[in-house]
Design a protein around this ligand. Structure first.
Ligand SMILES: C[S@@+](CC[C@H](N)C(=O)[O-])C[C@H]1O[C@@H](n2cnc3c(N)ncnc32)[C@H](O)[C@@H]1O
Length: 198
């Protein structure tokens, strides 16, 4: 089955796993604590899934759009709230609309083969001075996913993410600990990478 098909299948029961809901809330809190969001902001949630992070931030923003390659995930989001959605083609450079003032993402970067290319796409879809706030796993030993299909990175070294962001035009890129997530008795550290488009 394709990676997209697997997420389509998972969409119906995605929110039933408390760990995912708790993680999205913790990431949203980490973003809110570091990035002011107002009703002047156009926010894009990249790899939004069922919108767990999208809907946490929606009340703060002027507009919010969820983008994902999985039609099933976007349908699950649409069933919860009438937010704007973009269905992405997994084989193409992402057309993220905009320009946006903030791009957020949670737990999607490790599914992306070409993360430096994605960061360049983020820069193209942001207004001057636009920001990114991107959460994902710190480097892990591969135990986070029981099935590694579609997993292109076993977490990330923060220095690598920062370097890729700087190369893409986010000169002030930095990364901090957002939270931890507990899965099958193990704790995994989650970073939040932040940057402003030069
Ligand atoms: C682990 S889920 C995270 C979903 C959501 N952000 C959350 O925290 O619940 C990863 C999401 O990334 C999406 N995804 C995978 N590859 C993608 C790509 N190339 N572009 C955009 N989204 C992608 C999947 O369909 C899935 O919804």
């Amino acid at each position: 089955m394709s990676d997209t098909g697997r997420f389509d299948q998972a969409a119906k029961d995605w929110d039933l796993e408390d760990r995912r809901v708790i993680l999205a809330r913790a990431v949203a809190a980490a973003i809110r604590a570091r990035v002011p969001i107002s009703n002047d902001d156009s926010v894009l949630d990249f790899g939004c899934g069922t919108g767990l992070l999208t809907l946490e931030l929606a009340p703060l923003a002027g507009s919010i759009t969820g983008a994902d390659t999985s039609p099933g995930m976007l349908e699950a989001l649409a069933a919860k709230a009438p937010v704007a959605r973009i269905l992405l083609d997994p084989g193409k450079d992402p057309d993220l609309g905009g320009p946006h003032s903030l791009i957020v993402s949670s737990m999607t970067l490790h599914h992306i083969p070409d993360v430096p290319g994605l960061f360049r796409a983020f820069a193209r879809h942001l207004r001057p001075g636009g920001r990114v706030a991107l959460a994902d796993l710190d480097t892990e030993d591969g135990s986070f996913h029981t099935d590694a299909q579609g997993v292109h990175h076993q977490g990330f070294a923060r220095e690598q993410v920062i370097a890729w962001l700087r190369e893409a035009g986010f000169g002030d890129a930095r990364a901090e600990t957002a939270c931890t997530t507990r899965k099958e008795g193990r704790d995994y550290s989650i970073f939040l990478a932040l940057g402003t488009k030069d």
